[in-house]
Design a protein around this ligand. Structure first.
Ligand SMILES: N[C@@H](CCC(=O)N[C@@H](CS)C(=O)NCC(=O)O)C(=O)O
Length: 201
């Protein structure tokens, strides 16, 4: 059994998008929980099993999975052939690279930039926005998606911050076109609409 612990309009929204894109909504129970938001509103929820009271968290037959990349990989492995290359597919390594790169490099860089924090150690460790733009631009020059012809969970994950923080979108035509292609997908539109209603409720 699969249960996703979710808070509307948060980092777990991209898991809803993945579920919708994979057509597995009837196989994953969605448990809505409260979280502490960046603006201080909300609160930790005792119903949320995440050790840091965050989302997303996925409970799979009694095993708890946290971290967006791990949750995505669990779902794409459990329902193969939909939004990820299989383990023996030559594109698998590229796919894994994007999932790990997002959490280990891209998100820290976006957060540090948003907070206006710079330090030589940070630049040495993560590099910065120019390197992120260059990496995306290089992949998308072979597009239309990060892995080429195939739309995958990596596109959902790496597009997600720019759906919420549009001002952070790099001024690069390939990246902007790729984001527009993602925004036009019916699954994302359905999820975003439902999320607005959930948040308002
Ligand atoms: N690296 C984690 C980050 C999870 C995360 O920070 N989630 C936010 C939602 S946007 C949260 O639950 N915050 C609640 C809190 O910090 O207490 C992941 O990608 O899963």
């Amino acid at each position: 059994m699969l249960t996703l612990f979710h808070a509307p309009q948060s980092r777990s929204t991209r898991i809803l998008t993945l579920i919708e894109e994979m057509g597995i909504a009837d196989l994953v129970k969605i448990e809505q929980v409260n979280i502490t938001r960046a603006d201080g509103t909300g609160a930790p929820d005792r119903a949320n099993p995440h050790p840091d009271a965050k989302v997303p968290a996925l409970l799979h037959d009694g095993t708890l999975i946290t971290e967006t990349g791990a949750v995505m990989l669990t779902l794409t492995d459990l329902f193969p052939g939909r939004l990820a290359p299989a383990a023996d597919d030559p594109k698998r390594g590229e796919f894994l690279t994007w999932l790990f790169w997002y959490g280990s490099v891209m998100e820290p860089v976006l957060i540090l930039q948003g907070a206006g924090i710079t330090h030589p150690w940070l630049t040495k460790t993560y590099r910065g926005m120019p390197e992120i733009v260059s990496r995306l631009h290089t992949a998308l020059s072979k597009g239309p998606w990060l892995l080429g012809d195939r739309f995958t969970a990596a596109d959902i994950l790496i597009q997600s911050p720019f759906q919420w923080f549009k001002d952070a979108t790099p001024d690069d035509p390939l990246i902007r076109d790729w984001l527009a292609r993602g925004a036009a997908r019916p699954a994302l539109r359905r999820v975003m609409q439902a999320e607005t209603q959930r948040r308002a409720a």
